[in-house]
Ligand binder design. Structure first.
Ligand code: CDP
Length: 221
């Protein structure tokens, strides 16, 4: 595939509460890359639909809503941001309502098309560590740096409970893995890491080792 973007993309995918967000954030900081949380983008659209009273399963109305909403992505303090008609929904993204509706929104092909386009645009301007469900398989299938961070269902449930959040991670995983458009899957050339018994630093260390092996210049890190 022709190289469309001049920047480096490190893709980190995995199921709910596998620890990929913490890992991606730490890795991005160390490398001085931008951390892009694509889950936050799907969550933002979900929040918007709930706010506007649009049922997340109503593909036509969600598409209309997006058509009339200005979706602006940017970077602040080294991390991705998303604004909807100028409003930053960051404080509402892990509410119970968003948790229980985000996977339905994420099945909608129009939503995925729009957000995938926004995600690719980050790599026109920045080196990125991007985390999600389909980054290595669908958003940047051409990148050489792909990781899939997993953990046992018990460990993942414990991690979410420790954050004090109500979240039906098993239900989300089921929808995310079985949807037609860009399901959660392990890209063929991804390096899989089971983080069940590893700290964030442990996972980041393993990723570093792999990046070095693949010849990514890491300087003194
Ligand atoms: O809570 P957790 O960190 O596991 O999830 P998240 O990364 O915030 O993603 C929330 C939801 O967004 C997922 O359950 C998926 O339904 C959807 N998502 C997606 O479909 N594709 C992505 N690249 C990222 C998230």
């Amino acid at each position: 595939m022709a190289k469309e973007h001049p920047h480096i993309v490190i893709a980190i995918d995995g199921p709910a509460a596998s620890g990929k967000s913490s890992v991606a954030r730490v890795l991005a900081r160390k490398l001085h890359y931008v951390y892009v949380n694509t889950g936050a983008m799907y969550r933002a659209v979900t929040w918007l639909a709930i706010e506007k009273g649009v049922p997340p399963v109503d593909a036509v109305r969600v598409q209309q809503l997006l058509h009339y909403t200005e979706v602006t992505c940017g970077v602040r303090d080294g991390e991705s941001t998303i604004l909807l008609d100028g409003v930053d929904p960051a404080d509402h993204l892990v509410s119970e309502a968003v948790n229980s509706n985000v996977s339905a929104i994420a099945t909608l092909p129009d939503v995925r098309r729009l957000l995938t386009q926004k995600q690719r645009a980050f790599a026109f301007d920045y080196d990125v560590v991007m985390e999600g469900r389909d980054i290595g398989s669908a958003v940047f299938p051409e990148t050489r740096y792909k990781f899939y961070v997993d953990a046992s269902p018990e460990v993942r449930a414990q991690r979410r409970a420790r954050q004090g959040l109500q979240d039906s991670i098993a239900a989300r995983d089921k929808v995310d893995s079985s949807r037609r458009t860009s399901p959660l899957t392990i890209a063929e050339d991804a390096h899989v890491i089971d983080s069940s018994n590893l700290t964030v630093e442990g996972v980041v260390g393993e990723i570093f080792g792999r990046l070095k092996q693949k010849g990514l210049p890491l300087g003194e890190l």
